[in-house]
Structure formats: C-alpha cells, structure tokens
Design a protein around this ligand. Structure first.
Ligand SMILES: [Zn+2]
Length: 107
C-alpha cells in the first residue's frame, strides 16, 4: 500500500450555526492534513498529485468566507468530511481550528 500525507495552512473565516458564540463570524488559520492511500500508483508514479490536493483545497477555501463557498454548515467536522469526499483516494482528514481543537474524519 502507498500512502501520502499533505499538510496545508488555510486562512479563512466562518460562522457556525450552533446556537453559541461560534455563530459570530470569526477566522482561523486552519491546519488541514489530508491522508490518501492506494495499492497502485498512477502513470506518473503517484497516489495523488500533491499539487492537485493543494489546488482543490486552497483554491476553494484560502482567504475565503467558508459560509459563502461551501453549501453546508462549515464546522471542522463537516469540512473534514467534504475534503475526504473531494480528494481521490483520501481516507482520513484532520482539520485543526486551533492548537486545542481538531476534528478528524476517517472513512
Ligand atoms: Zn471557528
């Protein structure tokens, strides 16, 4: 099995529908870590092109208001789930909002 792990820092803001203070628009420097695996490589010798992972996530989210670019309540959990279903061969995603708060989705 081949594995790749891609870590990105994304600046963005969101407001979370939760009934709490997270409903106020606020920003994070998100640390997003994407894990992919496949038992074979593509014709280039890759599981997934690191640049393709970066452009799919950074292109959509970096310096954006997540409420405007995503069509779901942008909790860290929902973002992790969305990424896992956007990136090919992805089986795990970690979305860190702050030093103490990380959501993980694993297929
Ligand atoms: Zn937040």
């Amino acid at each position: 099995m081949f594995y790749v792990k891609k870590r990105m820092e994304v600046s963005g803001c969101h407001s979370v529908v939760s009934g709490g203070k997270c409903e106020e628009l606020h920003g994070h420097n998100w640390i997003i870590t994407v894990y992919c695996k496949n038992d074979q490589l593509d014709e280039s010798g890759m599981v997934v092109d690191f640049c393709a992972i970066k452009s799919a996530i950074m292109g959509k989210l970096d310096h954006k208001n997540f409420n405007e670019v995503l069509d779901f309540n942008p909790t860290a959990e929902n973002i992790a789930y969305w990424i896992a279903n956007t990136i090919p061969y992805c089986y795990r995603v970690e979305v860190q909002e702050s030093q103490n708060n990380t959501a993980i989705y694993e297929k």
